[in-house]
Design a protein around this ligand. Structure first.
Ligand code: G6P
Ligand code: MG
Length: 223
């Protein structure tokens, strides 16, 4: 069992952890699903943490359309979703940082913890710049270099490597079930943020980002 004192670094998901962009992903995918005539209850939760192309495949499969599009047509559909999404994030600013997360990052930095980003989103650098948190995330896994998407542990293993740490020395923070699975498979301590039922595999669960503090994590690890 990992002790709090073993922890040297924190690996962050972005969408739904640092800022509430998951609702924009849900909205943009919803627009595309409507256009394709695909009904997908729970679409917003299903695409959390899932790469752009994998999310598209999920929607096509749900609508029984998996074999209907060429690779080029799928690229065009994914690009269309991204264009919708980019519109939605255009006016983001520091006000869109989720409660407590700016203080949490400042506290980690002040206390000398390593900080890295494990977001599947190719829009992550743009979003971090818009909300004014780029300086915390000089160490970020480039999703374009990944072979596998979440729930594969690859992104979380790489995020620990960027910090020169062993996975066991890292805590991973996620709002998606696929992300929690990846953190656990990487051998890191998982912190789930959101619905405890959805994130039942997380080692530690917080309902709200405002509860994410070093003191609360230490308490949870010592319980
Ligand atoms: C995050 C989000 C997913 C999104 C993925 C890719 O993991 O939770 O919903 O599909 O990033 O984002 P992108 O901005 O590259 O399309
Ligand atoms: Mg997320």
């Amino acid at each position: 069992m990992v002790k709090f004192t073993d922890i040297k670094g924190f690996v962050f998901d972005l969408d739904g952890v640092i800022t509430d962009t998951s609702r924009y992903h849900a909205q943009a995918w919803g627009q595309l699903a409507d256009k394709l005539g695909v009904e997908y209850p729970g679409l917003g939760d299903a695409v959390k943490g899932i790469s752009r192309m994998d999310a598209l495949e999920m929607i096509l499969k749900k609508g029984g359309l998996a074999g209907n599009y060429s690779a080029a047509e799928k690229e065009a559909l994914a690009a269309e979703k991204n264009a919708n999404y980019v519109q939605l994030i255009q006016n983001m600013s520091a006000k869109d940082i989720l409660p407590g997360m700016a203080d949490f990052l400042a506290d980690l930095k002040a206390k000398g913890y390593g900080i890295s980003l494990a977001s599947a989103s190719k829009n992550a650098p743009t979003i971090l710049a818009k909300i004014g948190l780029s300086d915390y995330f000089t160490k970020a896994v480039d999703p374009a270099t990944l072979q596998y998407g979440k729930p594969d542990p690859e992104i979380f293993v790489k995020a620990a490597q960027l910090l020169d740490l062993m996975p066991a020395q890292c805590i991973g923070l996620e709002d998606a079930a696929a992300g929690i699975a990846g953190i656990n498979a990487a051998g890191e301590t998982s912190v789930g943020i959101g619905d405890a039922e959805l994130l039942h595999d997380a080692a530690i669960n917080f309902t709200e980002t405002s509860q994410v503090t070093l003191a609360n994590i230490e308490k949870a690890m010592n319980d």
